[in-house]
Design a protein around this ligand. Structure first.
Ligand code: ZN
Length: 321
């Protein structure tokens, strides 16, 4: 009900009963007007765009790249955790995801994205849901909470080194060429669903793709968006991710803004308050970062065709955003 009609209603009630009550109009005036946080965020002064990829709100896009050496000069095609059986190693602040949270036991994430303290002064989301689980946010807390709700989830792709993203993109192009496509066609097709080296959120170490278990216990390993969207586990994630500081980077409604197709499995950790604001206002990551930092005028990089020749032949079949 609008405040004005509530005040009018209360005033008529008061005049019909007792004049000893405080004037309702005075009580109403003490109530603050509701704040439109989305409009406020849109009006806020633009902030400097972070230059450190460790910033949770670093802007990576088709135009803006992550330095090749971030966060380590990784030479492994997979990640610091790629060797099966190798002891977990820390590299910079990357941690190996424990096997019980990992689909293939090779994922690495920055420690903050895997598990962080929930913000002390922010305990409820805009839709009145509890922030975090046991005082923690990040992928681990979300998977734990999903399990408590009866959904089995795993991470199947976390941090990717620059070298791996390069090989991933090249591998998809090579697969198209092997089918007799022209190079122009192959590049156009792969560009719609795969990031060039330097331009993948996976290189930040704060992003992971999720895989869910079906009722029979087997993990769904296809890449059909509708299958994801219709699964109870991923519906739970879509409704709860913001509680853990996570956002779906490429959603169905923002394919134009990101220039990438819908990826209901791809989540990025941005922190609880940013995730809640984006969920509340219906903004994609790209929209929010442009709002926060202003329009990105970085010219899109020209990619030399020689960089598309894979130096290592990929042996996997994962999507590669
Ligand atoms: Zn992804």
């Amino acid at each position: 009900m609008a405040p004005t009609s509530a005040a009018a209603h209360a005033a008529s009630d008061a005049s019909a009963t007792s004049s000893a009550q405080p004037a309702p109009s005075a009580l109403d005036a003490a109530e603050p007007a509701p704040v439109d946080v989305c409009a406020e965020a849109e009006r806020a002064p633009k902030l400097p765009r972070p230059t450190d990829p460790r910033d949770l709100l670093f802007h990576v896009s088709r135009a803006r790249a992550i330095p090749a050496e971030f966060p380590v000069s990784a030479t492994s095609i997979w990640s610091p955790c790629s060797q099966v059986g190798a002891p977990p190693r820390r590299s910079d602040d990357l941690v190996c995801v424990p096997a019980s949270y990992s689909h293939l036991n090779r994922e690495a994430l920055r420690a903050a994205a895997f598990e962080s303290d929930a913000p002390a002064n922010f305990s409820r989301t805009h839709d009145a849901l509890p922030v975090g689980r046991d005082g923690k946010i990040g992928f681990k807390a979300m998977l734990d909470d999903a399990a408590a709700a009866g959904h089995t989830l795993r991470l199947r792709s976390g941090f990717r080194a620059y070298t791996m993203q390069s090989a991933t993109f090249s591998g998809w192009v090579a697969a198209e060429l092997a089918q007799g496509r022209t190079r122009e066609y192959a590049l156009r097709k792969v560009d719609a669903s795969s990031a060039r080296a330097g331009h993948s959120e996976h290189q930040l170490g704060t992003t992971a793709d999720l895989v869910f278990a079906r009722p029979n216990g087997a993990f769904y390993t296809g890449w059909t968006q509708e299958t994801y969207a219709e699964s109870p586990a991923m519906a739970w994630v879509a409704a709860n991710a913001h509680r853990f500081g996570l956002v779906m980077s490429y959603d169905k409604d923002h394919e134009g803004a990101s220039e990438y197709v819908w990826e209901p499995w791809h989540y990025r950790f941005v922190g609880a308050e940013a995730a809640d604001l984006m969920k509340r206002c219906g903004w994609s990551t790209e929209q929010y970062l442009e709002l926060r930092y202003g329009e990105d005028t970085t010219p899109r990089a020209e990619h030399a065709s020689r960089s598309l020749v894979p130096s290592v032949t990929p042996t996997y079949t994962e999507k590669s955003r």
